[in-house]
Design a protein around this ligand. Structure first.
Ligand code: HEC
Ligand SMILES: [Cu+2]
Length: 295
């Protein structure tokens, strides 16, 4: 999609350059030409010819030519029914991304994994305010509107990591709403799904941490088989994600601990309350356990 948008842009650029050159050439010619005696009737005919030619025929021909590029490009971006497209549901939250694969029941957050060379319909909506889904390397923007589902068709032409970004101002941490997009070759993608399908963690963290996690964190977070919270990123495959807080900090051992202790400093105003009243020891136990949450 992004490459067809680029093709249309280059076609428009090339064509408008030709028009600019032609108009400039005519202008220079008109400035330098010797004045010629013409009868009023002939002058009117010449005027009329320029008006019809330059004012009607040329613009119409130009628009038809540009549409010849634009229409097929626009059509290729439509989520037409009947294709073998994979459907992925992405919901915007202040300020993170919920990602669901309805075909397999896989749920993750802040990362969107796609297969290469297969059309993917991204069905977007929002849980709160208007956000906008945008992965510049793959295609255009689409608004994420509460109570409405918009669909955009994307297809990754090659494997790789692309950056997605919310592109509709949605509050103070709008800039910290980054989506890690990764296109995998078909077998790698199938493995990625298979590893998460029916993934159940089952065991809460050890000791005191179990109560804290289940009673408190679990109000918002889901960990398959442990808690069912729906207000925050699903943590079932947390350790397999590259970042925390939608791109705020790397998801490594140190980053995870910093996030748990000072997430309100790293991402001020985010919807997770401070954990100041949880002892360091308990948070450490939770962190140890969270690090094991990967398929
Ligand atoms: C009131 C709801 C709420 C509670 C309670 C809560 N969280 Fe969160 N948590 C969130 C929200 C919302 C985010 C996403 C913040 C953002 O990125 O803007 C989040 C993000 C996280 C993340 C990063 C996830 C990611 O993929 O970026 C971790 C890890 C986390 N919380 C762990 C915990 C732990 C551990 C507890 C309990 C001590 C807890 N949370 C309690 C709402 C909550
Ligand atoms: Cu935003």
């Amino acid at each position: 999609m992004a490459s067809s948008v680029a093709n249309v842009w280059w076609a428009m650029f090339g064509f408008s350059t030709l028009v600019l050159l032609a108009v400039s050439a005519l202008w220079i010619y008109a400035m330098r030409r010797q004045p010629r005696e013409t009868s009023p009737a002939e002058a009117r005919r010449i005027h009329l010819r320029w008006l019809i030619g330059g004012g009607l025929v040329l613009p119409t021909a130009s628009i038809v030519l540009l549409l010849a590029f634009g229409l097929p490009a626009g059509r290729s971006m439509l989520p037409l029914p009947g294709d073998q497209a994979l459907r992925i549901e992405v919901t915007g939250h202040q300020w993170w991304w919920e990602v669901r694969y309805p075909g397999s029941g896989v749920v993750t957050a802040n990362q969107l994994i796609l297969p290469v060379g297969r059309p993917v319909d991204i069905a977007v909506t929002s849980a709160d305010v208007i956000h906008s889904f945008w992965v510049p390397r793959l295609g255009g923007k689409i608004d994420m509107v509460p109570g409405r589902t918009n669909v955009i068709r994307l297809e990754a032409g090659q494997a790789g990591i692309f950056r997605g970004q919310c592109s509709e101002f949605c509050g103070t941490q709008h800039a910290h709403m980054i989506l890690h997009v990764e296109a995998l070759e078909a077998p790698g993608f199938d493995d990625w799904i298979a590893a998460r399908q029916n993934l159940v963690v089952g065991q809460p963290p050890a000791g005191e941490a179990a109560t804290v996690f289940v009673d408190r964190c679990g109000q918002c977070h889901r960990v398959a088989g442990v808690t069912e919270g729906k207000r925050a990123p699903d943590l079932t495959d947390l350790a397999s994600r590259p970042t925390l807080g939608a791109g705020v900090i790397d998801n490594d051992s140190e980053g995870l601990r910093r996030w748990l202790h000072e997430h309100q400093r790293l991402k001020h105003g985010n919807a997770m309350p401070r954990h100041d009243d949880v002892t360091d020891e308990t948070l450490e136990q939770i962190a140890d356990w969270l690090e094991t949450l990967a398929p």
